[in-house]
Design a binder for this molecule. Sequence first.
Ligand SMILES: Nc1ncnc2c1ncn2[C@@H]1O[C@H](COP(=O)(O)OP(=O)(O)O)[C@@H](O)[C@H]1O
Ligand SMILES: [Mg+2]
Length: 374
Amino acid sequence: MEINNPFPILDYYSPAYFCDRQKELQTLIKAFESNRNIILLSIRRMGKTGLIKHLFYHFRSENKKNIRLLYIDLLKTQSLSEFVKAFSNKILQDEQQNENWFKKLSGMLSGLRASITINDKDGTPALEFGYKTAEENERSLESIFQYLAEQKEKYLIAFDEFQQITSYPETNVEAVLRTHIQHQHKDSFIFSGSGKHVLISMFNDYGRPFYQSSEMVYLERLDVDEYAEFIQKKLKSGNKKMSLSLIKETIKQLDVHTFYVQYFFNKLYEIRSTQIKRDDVEELMDNILQEKEYVFFNYRNILTSMQFNLLKAIAKEGKVSSPNSSDFIKRYDFTQASSVNAALKSLSDKEMIYKEYGNYRVYDVFLSKWLERY
Ligand SMILES: Nc1ncnc2c1ncn2[C@@H]1O[C@H](COP(=O)(O)OP(=O)(O)O)[C@@H](O)[C@H]1O
Ligand SMILES: [Mg+2]
């Protein structure tokens, strides 16, 4: 599929628009082939969802009849019943392409106590659930897993934003799921998410069988050289030239954070110049920051002045390893380590900063650039 702009920022298109991740792709393929589950981690917007779709694309293009792929986004789910709904609707959508799907699913549907509604506009079916008690939801889950186990095909089931299940009001979701998944020998699972601590502890703290059968993949930043060459080729496809060194510099300026790099080059692709120079890069950066300024200014109202000043200090430093060292505290006129620590925690909880390999950084690369100049 051809698209107008070779730097998509909203969705995965095809391998042609996806840079590298060869090693990670092979790891995921091997894990599936040897029935190991994967825990896929990274900071937000680094490329987890893209990688899962890339993997699915790979399996689809192989056109194997004995593999079924289910991608389930849990981001918007807030309870076990919404989990059940998202999961079973995906199965329905997947089955719907086959003949006799209704008959095939009837067993599962009666277990779910759900009815099928047909969308007036495009005729797609969806499941509708009445109110259910927690026990009923657990039984629904049981019929879903039982259904999967009865199928002759091997399923690859990706739960994206899996950490979401820890925020459900039901307390035992993790344990219930773990039991099911542990017994689902035929199928493989990918648990993907950015709440690193939550996910790691979920898989470490419980019984070993679950942990042992899972393999952790941490998605790092793309290789700068590789990414720069990829970008140069894409620019060239639109008759645009840009030197490799300037591309690399730009990628690094954007923290090699995939979403922000894609976003920047998506916009850079649309400017008129055919020979892209440093001035073009700087002008675009100014424009982007100006466009977002309204939102960024508002953070001053949402955050306490301590939090805002700490955020600014981290942005100015780029990364900070010892935010409670006396050196750092003095440099930015903070009063004491305890107030810095409280602000750190609060900014982390709000996901405005993150800690990676011992360094704190501002999550939003553009916000960080803006604060640097502020
Ligand atoms: N390897 C890649 N090459 C090109 N674009 C990518 C790549 N990985 C991710 N992207 C793009 O970057 C953005 C963020 O990636 P996403 O997969 O949504 O991150 P995450 O799921 O980790 O939050 C998306 O627009 C996605 O299309
Ligand atoms: Mg994602």
